[in-house]
Ligand binder design. Structure first.
Ligand code: G3P
Ligand code: CA
Length: 314
């Protein structure tokens, strides 16, 4: 696989689902807005349609909190799974607006709707990113696979192989990281595309269940999440290895331990100003946030360099 690697970032400002605090999650509109605002990396999630197309969606089934059908009606309940629909069928749904009375809609009340947005293909995002004047923008792509619900999505190897093929077709290997809670995905990436950086996602729930950690047991690694990630990544990895924990349980000692092991630390999903400042003080290598505008403010106040926006780069 051809690489044109961008250098390691001093600090990686990642827009979670394209910055869902500001724009409809995982849509081309959100990704364009984040690029315009100025972020280092677009965070996104993928699934595989019935006809084998890699599409960008956090949910494995259509989410009634932000999905309307071809008649403009909100889905009354959880919709069909991504894997059961062809791309053409999927494109009939509008995901450009949150259902305002839903708890989810209330949680992201600042989000500006963009009616008409469809669940995009990964290829269309690659085209959009390629057309930007800012050539350093990266993408952190999460395979949404759940080992506890194997029927809900494509199998991990099939999804990973489809993702790697799409990355190769687009010549984007030097601009992506692949992340997953299901570490079987990352073992496949290490085997088939060892030059692509890998981010090992974790939460207390996934660390306690070895179905998520490719069979590795936390207890066999001194109860240390950084050591578990190091073991999963294997000896002498060719690309960067990132530990991406939920930020609420992360400690400064864990950040230090991970760094000693050669891992980068990239917590998710950090939306509060004080939490952002504390994590930066602890020396994390980046932060994933729904509010890239707020993280830019915190970085600016601390005198940190800011990623250029695509508007500024024109
Ligand atoms: O990148 C980590 C973060 O995106 C994981 O959470 O559920 O939003 O995909 P989720
Ligand atoms: Ca994600």
């Amino acid at each position: 696989m051809l690489l044109c690697a961008t250098p390691a970032l001093a600090f990686d400002l990642q827009a979670h689902r394209g910055g869902r605090g500001l724009a409809p999650e995982n849509t081309l509109a959100a990704f364009a807005q984040a690029a315009s605002l100025g972020v280092d990396t677009l965070e996104l999630d993928i699934g595989l349609t019935a006809d084998g197309v890699v599409v960008i969606s956090h949910d494995t089934s259509l989410n009634p909190d932000h999905t309307r059908d071809a008649q403009g009606q909100w889905l009354a309940a959880k919709g069909p799974s991504i894997r059961s629909l062809t791309l053409a069928q999927l494109q009939r749904y509008d995901v450009g607006r949150l259902r305002p009375e839903s708890d989810y809609g209330k949680q992201f009340a600042q989000q500006k709707p963009v009616d008409g947005q469809r669940i995009p293909t990964l290829a269309s995002l690659f085209d959009q990113v390629r057309a930007l004047p800012e050539a350093r923008l990266r993408m952190n792509i999460e395979t949404k696979v759940d080992p506890t619900q194997p029927d809900e999505t494509a199998a991990p190897d099939a999804m990973t192989d489809a993702l790697l093929a799409e990355i190769e077709r687009a010549g984007m290997a030097g601009r992506v990281t692949i992340q997953s809670f299901d570490w079987r995905t990352l073992a496949r990436v290490a085997q088939r595309a060892p030059d692509i950086p890998r981010a090992y996602l974790s939460s207390p729930r996934t660390l306690a269940d070895s179905r998520w950690t490719a069979g590795l047991e936390l207890a066999s690694h001194g109860g240390s999440a950084p050591q578990l990630v190091k073991a999963a990544a294997g000896a002498s990895p060719k690309a960067a290895v990132i530990w991406s924990p939920s930020f609420g349980q992360l400690t400064q000692a864990q950040v230090q331990e991970a760094h000693k092991l050669g891992l980068q630390v990239l917590p998710w999903t950090v939306n509060g100003r004080a939490d952002m400042a504390r994590l930066i003080d602890w020396g994390v290598d980046g932060v994933i946030t729904d509010y890239p505008n707020l993280l830019r403010d915190v970085m600016r106040e601390r005198g940190m360099p800011l990623p250029a926006g695509s508007e500024a780069a024109r």
